[in-house]
Ligand binder design. Structure first.
Ligand code: AR6
Length: 187
């Protein structure tokens, strides 16, 4: 099952599945500031992609110290089908009054900018911050989809922005919100 909406020149696609299996140019990792791996999507990406990704992360951290929430960096994809992994750090949910939404917007935006700057044509996102970091799914879905639409309106370099939802409930939440954010055809 999948849902598709076209914004400017970019397809926004929702699918239920495993992000490590996506053959888009890049997949996005919901990492932490240390970039040294973890559970959830982060653990799955490093397991599937092999040690090269961690080695590149280590070099980045040697240079920049830590990756602040809302920022993004790029490494190769190792053994993954995706050629690149874009690592970003979402906010930890503290109730919504600590700038969580702004940080989540920034995590999506910086990842999209980095993909475009590297000449990539397609990118897959997980539902950043909605697992270990406890961001409420519906609010996170709204931020993810609105930020992607906004980016696509101003930059037509990406052909596809794919959202890969792990379970059917998250998929349904995303599908409902995408419908809500999509202008109805006239008539
Ligand atoms: N494919 C797609 N989505 C997945 C997959 C997968 N293989 N596995 C889990 N999800 P999380 P966060 C969904 O916890 O909340 C890590 O330890 C999952 O159902 O991976 O940003 C990092 O190192 C959930 O909806 O990321 C950080 O310390 C979503 O992915 C911290 O967790 C995100 O869950 C980051 O927490």
């Amino acid at each position: 099952m999948s849902v598709l909406v076209v914004v400017n020149e970019t397809r926004l696609v929702l699918i239920q599945g495993d992000i490590t299996q996506q053959a888009t140019d890049a997949i996005v990792n919901a990492a932490n500031s240390g970039l040294m791996g973890g559970g959830g999507v982060d653990g799955a990406i490093h397991r599937a992609g092999g040690p090269i990704i961690m080695e590149e992360c280590r070099r980045i951290i040697e240079k920049i110290g830590r990756l602040p929430a809302g920022k993004a960096v790029i490494t190769s994809g190792g053994r993954l089908k995706a050629k690149y992994v874009i690592h970003t750090v979402g906010p930890v949910w503290h109730g919504g009054r600590s700038g969580e939404a702004e940080t989540l917007v920034s995590a999506y935006r910086e990842s999209l900018k980095l993909a475009a700057a590297n000449g990539l044509k397609s990118i897959s996102f997980p539902a950043i911050s909605t697992g270990a970091y406890s961001y409420p799914l519906e609010r996170a879905a709204r931020v993810a989809l609105a930020t992607a639409m906004d980016f696509a309106r101003g930059d037509d370099s990406l052909q596809e922005i794919r959202f890969v939802l792990y379970d059917s409930y998250s998929y349904q939440v995303y599908a409902d919100i995408l419908k809500e954010l999509t202008p109805k055809p006239e008539g």
